[in-house]
Design a protein around this ligand. Structure first.
Ligand code: NAD
Ligand code: TYD
Length: 338
């Protein structure tokens, strides 16, 4: 089996490529990635020289290249993860989100249809549902109501994928997962950013009053769910993925400070993110019942292990946040603290 993973050098993508090589050793993984600031080949260093991991540098929006890759590698299935993925960046500059997440996904879907790829797994997000109040959970039937440029672009791609199934009978499955944590996450997202700042004794910028809620899932549990959806998901179906681990942001930040032995006086409440979604929480009954998937990580311990990974992998995050990235970081950082 030849599987094309797009965005395989990013956070979830690199963990997925590793997961596939470990648990599906017969499959060849073709990894198409543009290597934006968020994509690093270093994330897959341990696969150097592996003949069953084929890296192709390129843009999912390049139709000619994508069709060539699908044909040359006789791709049986696509797992589409490539995206611009950070809400804050989508507020600062939405255009790249429309180009990659919407147009890039459309090019990939069209190429899959033209070449005749077996299955197309669209990796969407729970953020397409918008925000919840204090109670209730997102089910697959919850109407889409995205609020940020990021989530809107993901909703567009998610619906396009379903339209390709409905209209052209392309074998599409869509997944919508909650917030991931684990190794190799670019330190602009909540958990790695807070660890890095704490290690530098810099303030930890908490948006608003810190009571916004996210539903956390370890990245390896997301990977096993994606493979379950790829292998056993029903054509044209959507599967929510989540692990019942709702936490307020401030709880996460305090847990990180405790894990690295730094004082809570580093916490700095800053101006809220514009349009900040209050709460996400996933009902994952369908994927559990129909595909037999279940998460295996326990949040408190896995968060501690994740923090320890960042402490131990300082050279990794120093490198990926150096140079060009540092400029963006510093601008962001100043804005957050103003
Ligand atoms: P990430 O930003 O860490 O990685 C994205 C990867 O895509 C990078 O390697 C980047 O180089 C690549 N990429 C970007 N534009 C590209 C293009 N035009 N062509 C080819 N490659 C390109 O993102 P992530 O957090 O790993 O998320 C991966 C996917 O999972 C995204 O589709 C995201 O919407 C979805 N998702 C993420 C989460 C989460 O908590 N991180 C939760 C649910 C769903
Ligand atoms: P993030 O990791 O950016 O993921 P998403 O916005 O896709 O859920 O943010 C997670 C939560 O943490 C979100 O409620 C915003 C909040 N947050 C902060 O309070 N401070 C920060 O510096 C960042 C990056 C996020």
């Amino acid at each position: 089996m030849n599987i094309l993973v797009t965005g395989g050098c990013g956070f979830i993508g690199s963990n997925l490529v590793r997961w596939l090589r470990k648990h599906r050793p017969d499959a060849t993984v073709i990894n198409l990635d543009k290597l934006t600031y968020a994509g690093n080949l270093e994330n897959l260093k341990e696969l150097e020289g592996d003949p069953k991991h084929v890296f192709v540098k390129g843009d999912v929006g390049n139709r000619e290249l994508v069709e060539h890759v699908l044909r040359a590698h006789k791709v049986d299935a696509i797992m589409h993860l490539a995206a611009e993925s950070h809400v804050d960046r989508s507020i600062l500059g939405p255009e790249a989100f429309t180009v990659t997440n919407v147009l890039g996904s459309q090019v990939l879907l069209e190429a899959a249809r033209t070449v005749g790829v077996g299955r197309f797994l669209m990796v969407s997000t729970d953020e397409v549902y918008g925000s919840l109040g204090p109670t209730g959970l997102f089910t697959e039937k919850t109407p889409l109501d995205p609020s940020s440029p990021y989530s809107s672009s993901k909703a567009a791609a998610d619906l396009l994928a379903l339209a390709y199934e409905h209209t052209f009978k392309l074998d599409v499955v869509v997944t919508r997962c909650s917030n991931n944590y684990g190794p190799f996450q670019f330190p602009e997202k909540l958990i790695p950013l807070m660890v890095v700042n704490a290690l530098h004794d810099k303030p930890l910028p908490v948006y608003g009053d810190g009571t916004n809620v996210r539903d956390w899932l370890h990245v390896d549990d997301h990977c096993s769910a994606l493979v379950a959806a790829l292998e056993k998901g029903k054509k044209g179906n959507v599967y929510n993925i989540g692990g019942n681990s709702e936490r307020q942001n401030i709880q996460i930040v305090k847990a990180i400070l405790a894990a690295v032995g730094k004082p809570e006086s580093l916490i700095k409440y800053v101006t809220d993110r514009p349009g900040h979604d209050k709460r996400y929480a996933i009902d994952a009954t369908k994927i559990r019942a129909e595909l037999g998937w279940q998460p295996s990580f326990v949040f408190e311990q896995a968060l501690k292990d994740t923090v320890a990974w960042y402490v131990e992998h300082r050279p990794w995050w120093e490198r990926v946040t150096s140079g060009a990235y540092r400029q963006y970081f510093d601008t962001q950082y100043k804005q957050r603290l103003s």
